[in-house]
Write a protein that binds this ligand. Sequence first.
Ligand code: FAD
Length: 537
Amino acid sequence: MDAKHATLVHWFRKGLRVHDNPALSQIFAAANVAPEKFHVRPIFILDPGILDWMQVGANRWRFLQQTLDDLDQQLRQLHSRLFVVRGKPVDVFPRIFKSWRVELLTFETDIEPYALKRDAAVQKLAKDAGIKVDTHCSHTIYNPELVIAKNLGKAPITYQKFLSVVEQLKTPKVLQLPEKLSKKALPPKDEVEQQDEAAYDCPTLQQLVKRPEDLGPNKFPGGETEGLRRMKESLRDELWVARFEKPNTAPNSLEPSTTVLSPYLKFGCLSARLFHQQLKEILKRQPKHSQPPVSLIGQIMWREFYYTVAAAEPNFDRMLGNVYCLQIPWQEQADHLEAWTHGRTGYPFIDAIMRQLRQEGWIHHLARHAVACFLTRGDLWISWEEGQRVFEQLLLDQDWALNAGNWMWLSASAFFHQYFRVYSPVAFGKKTDPQGHYIRKYVPELAKYPNGCIYEPWKATLADQRAYSCVLGVDYPHRIVKHELVHKENIKRMSAAYKVNREVRTGKEEDSPEADRSAAGKRKVAKSTGNAAKRKR
Ligand code: FAD
């Protein structure tokens, strides 16, 4: 490093984009004002150790690898590049602070406990080294801290309340691309690069994906370029946007019936603030449009809602010690969990969804509903934390706040309490795909079953099973539970658990375990149908 230049560093973590990136724009602007003074190094820190312990499946590693490659390309168009530094942040920073003569470090804020701890440690290192740190909130539209402050220091715990709070806040300005850097801002090679020119190059697929045999088709390639393209394509049909109602989209269409922007939003390849702004512009031109919670803006507001409630609870991803979460005596049953995880429950709709998830890394929201309800309060009575873990590994869009928040919702542990509304693993899928095309694709061993029993293969006689080339117990499993029986038992268990939770909360003992149901009074009788999907989001 020459003694004349100091370095401005932007640290990418989420927010893997150059558009609408205030922390990146800050250092580009500062460097362009005084190019003779500053070098710029946008960095991503890759800790090789996480490849072993992090719950990330092959498809998501590929998504990240493609995203980093694309980010490097975007930065090169702005006369910079991405420096991928290997190591742990607490080891990396002391070295680069000194070696690069860092003057300013910027990054996007995060709410996850792991990230908060990491960032506090880095902030301290920077302070000790006399380095200025500036942070910006740009992963969400609204800053969770400000929402909580506006709500008098408490996270709003219902979606409607959340909306009423954020209506009082300004939406931040969406930033364009930063101006191209002056060529003078490109740093010369440091001592590490002098030893190895490729030291800061993006990781290759081989370096990130330890089990290439787990890779599925690359349906949703990673990166900002693809995220922006996908957003543009999703928004092209303005009438579709205006009429969008989530409950009317299909969980089992062969091509996605929703935007599939979630992986891009998760990694911040696409700015949620930009997506929101574009939606609002469309709705101005389309005055007759759907509303939250079911509209597309409503969907993005679910994301905001979960980020806000999660920001206020470090134990958001577990049942114990989680202020929002009811305590429910889930049971362990390893064989059932294994069957669910690998799409071998004997319920073709459930199995098709779990297999699509494993192969492609994305499943529709209502498909997530179906399998989450099935695992927890609907059928298997297994903890939502187990399901969360499997999703954590397999989803491209896995997100600490959204995964936990939605699992709590589906298991009626928090935010949603109509536990008597149970999805039928048979009727639900039939509504939008009576011919079972989706099952035929993802559970091909059942492909020859006729429409009449593709959702319920146990209804076929043995002779018919043979004729359809798929005998239950041999080529495809017998169903592991009888939904028509277990879901009723589970509703009773939920009722009892709710009663205990109420008693703990109020300190008053209630009369009978049925109190909850009678209190619910004229509520619809517990019934498992495809109409559980008559939800409000
Ligand atoms: P669209 O319908 O096109 O919606 C646009 C965007 O809005 C999404 O990309 C997403 O960012 C946001 N959004 C939509 N629905 C929700 C929701 N219910 N909660 C929060 N944000 C929402 N989503 C994740 O991004 N990461 C997760 O880890 C995740 N885990 C989930 C686990 C369970 C059990 C369930 C039921 C849902 C989960 N979701 C998660 C929420 C939702 O299923 C996905 O965001 C959505 O299906 C993504 O598809 P899309 O981009 O086509 O959504």
